[in-house]
Design a protein around this ligand. Structure first.
Ligand code: ZN
Length: 286
């Protein structure tokens, strides 16, 4: 995959990304979060909309409040994973600004203003993009700019795993963005992503290839998800093995729903070969 990297961003200060939108990166760098969570400050005549206030972190809250020019008019969340929602309640308390997030936001978070697909907020359209998280939304500005959260990030592929992730939803949400004409994505981590369509095509291909590999691996012998992950991601950084296993698990769930693999106790096996054999067809009632 042709991933987009960037040097370590300025710490504790906001930087202009495009006119009217600044980014201040939280200090939570890791293999999962890259340099940290992007908190976006969207300035207009009324004040500042804060999109993804970041992880629970007093210093980051202080820096965001410092960077805000006038009043904070609203707090938007792309989804309710802790590295995005953590500081939301404290920012709300400090500013009185209401929190907007998807109507099915994961417990215990409750939005002040629940959002649904197609709603307009801060002049942007809400695009529901479940997959990484069931409550994930993107915000599209209408001039080709889209806040893509953790659904599409240029620096890395997205973890799609239980309990909140769903591979089938994720692929459908990718295809839904592919249908749109947005030209610049501002993701939840890492740099802005211009010309997103070829990148989305790569992401889709990458997942379909993974799926084919998983089925091929299971055709050799039944395996546990851990074994499959080890098999597929042989060169993987050990700190990412749990994420890899979650990705594999959600692929297996999707493949099972499609009748291509099945689970027997701890192990999973391919059932594709048997589609050709009469005994399996009989067993399936054909
Ligand atoms: Zn994140």
């Amino acid at each position: 995959m042709p991933y987009l990297k960037e040097p370590e961003p300025l710490r504790r200060k906001s930087e202009v990304v495009v006119p009217g939108i600044r980014r201040i990166v939280a200090n939570n760098p890791s293999v999962m979060t890259y340099h940290g969570t992007n908190t976006y400050l969207i300035d207009d005549e009324q004040g500042t909309t804060v999109l993804d206030p970041g992880p629970l972190d007093e210093a980051h809250l202080h820096d965001v409040l410092e960077a805000v020019s006038g009043r904070v008019t609203r707090i938007l969340l792309t989804h309710t994973h802790s590295d995005h929602v953590g500081n939301a309640a404290a920012l709300r308390q400090a500013t009185g600004a209401p929190i907007y997030s998807h109507v099915i936001s994961a417990e215990p978070h409750r939005p002040d203003v629940p959002l649904s697909a197609g709603d307009t907020v801060a002049g942007m359209t809400v695009v529901h993009t479940p997959g990484h998280a069931a409550d994930h939304v993107c915000f599209a500005r209408g001039d080709g700019l889209l806040f893509s959260g953790d659904h599409v990030m240029g620096w890395s592929s997205t973890v799609v795993g239980p309990p909140h992730g769903n591979m089938k939803d994720y692929l459908e949400s990718l295809r839904a963005l592919r249908q749109r004409s947005d030209r610049l994505y501002l993701p939840g981590h890492g740099p802005a992503l211009p010309d997103p369509h070829p990148y989305i095509d790569d992401l889709l291909r990458h997942r379909i290839d993974r799926e084919t590999e998983i089925v091929a691996t299971l055709r050799k012998r039944p395996m546990s998800p851990t074994d499959v992950a080890r098999h597929l991601y042989a060169k993987l950084d050990p700190t990412l093995s749990r994420a890899a296993e979650r990705n594999v698990l959600s692929h297996l769930d999707k493949l099972a729903a499609e009748g291509r693999v099945e689970q027997i106790g701890e192990l999973w096996r391919s059932v594709e070969d048997e589609w050709e054999s009469g005994s399996s067809m009989e067993r399936r009632g054909f």
